[in-house]
Design a protein around this ligand. Structure first.
Ligand SMILES: Nc1ncnc2c1ncn2[C@@H]1O[C@H](COP(=O)(O)OP(=O)(O)O)[C@@H](O)[C@H]1O
Ligand SMILES: [Mg+2]
Length: 287
């Protein structure tokens, strides 16, 4: 089933969803320069215009456009191979777009260079499906790596070299993911769920304004995955961070996203609020 962009979709109740509490959207914790006469106008943190990407002659997607407001949580859904990870990477500037433009926090990550690009990267965090921790280093050192965007150089390679303030920030981030007691443990001694929590601490230690998460719990068993999703969204919602996450899990998309974008057939086929969607409608996108 295909759903057209911006369509209004009536909700079909799903008992499985109703029993689970939704996490309410937090008001933006960051200053809102667009606020006029007490009426908040949320700034746009991410904008895509006519975005396309191809590998060789094969297009993955084309003509993708949307604007994401500050503090929004957006689920990017679609079947395997639909281009979710590719789109996420294009939005972050990790791979170049083939056509169109991206604005991320007011900067085009595809054209920014040198200090501008570094400043932008320091304001953005990423949690991937695989935690990508450095196995032989301590948990604390791995979290400190999250500050390398802000302060590149060897002082943030290892906890033994790190400035006191950075160590304190890393310990605070570990505390927020419930792993302060594991700070000096080697990263390769952790379980999958613990490793992903450390990856979350690494992503939030620099207080990012925008966070991207690519299937953040796909490598975990369902129970650990639920814990990680819950923790991640509580932390980022508290701070009013703008979040774009990809997910295979329809339930997660509706529970943690304010808005759902759906990729199918190389196009943005769905752009709707989570509240206007049912699990059945969303599942249709995968068929
Ligand atoms: N580096 C690459 N080189 C060639 N093709 C790629 C590359 N990365 C992704 N693709 C292709 O782009 C399509 C979308 O992939 P991806 O973005 O990983 O999808 P999703 O995350 O939705 O599963 C797939 O057909 C995949 O094979
Ligand atoms: Mg992917």
């Amino acid at each position: 089933m295909r759903v057209t962009r911006n369509s209004t979709i009536s909700s079909v109740s799903d008992p499985a969803l109703e029993t689970r509490p939704a996490i309410p959207a937090a008001p933006p914790a960051r200053p809102d320069p667009g606020a006029v006469a007490g009426l908040p106008v949320r700034p746009v943190d991410i904008e895509a215009r006519g975005l396309g990407r191809q590998f060789g002659e094969t297009p993955v997607f084309s003509d993708i456009g949307f604007r994401l407001a500050r503090g929004e949580s957006v689920a990017l859904v679609g079947a395997n191979g639909a281009g979710k990870s590719t789109l996420l990477r294009c939005l972050m500037g990790l791979i170049p777009v083939s056509s169109g433009r991206v604005s991320l926090l007011g900067t085009d990550p595809n054209t920014a260079r040198g200090p501008d690009l570094r400043r932008l990267r320091a304001r953005v965090g990423l949690v991937s499906q695989k935690h990508n921790l450095v196995p032989r280093l301590s948990v604390l050192s791995n979290v400190l790596h999250g500050l390398l965007g802000k302060a590149p150089g060897p002082r943030h390679w290892s906890h033994a070299l790190a400035p006191r303030a950075s160590r304190a920030a890393a310990m605070a981030a570990l505390d927020r993911v419930g792993l302060a007691d594991f700070a000096l443990r080697r990263a390769d001694r952790l379980s999958g769920g613990q490793s992903q929590r450390v990856a979350i601490a690494r992503a939030i230690v620099g207080d990012p304004e925008v966070l991207f998460a690519d299937e953040p719990c796909a490598s975990l068993d369902p129970a650990a995955g639920e814990d990680v999703m819950d923790l991640f969204f509580r932390l980022v919602r508290d701070k009013g961070v703008t979040v774009v996450f990809t997910s295979h899990n329809v339930d997660h998309a509706l529970r943690y996203g304010d808005r759902v974008l759906g990729l199918a057939g190389g196009r943005l086929q769905l752009d709707a609020t989570a509240a206007s969607l049912s699990a059945a409608t969303l599942r249709g996108l995968y068929d």
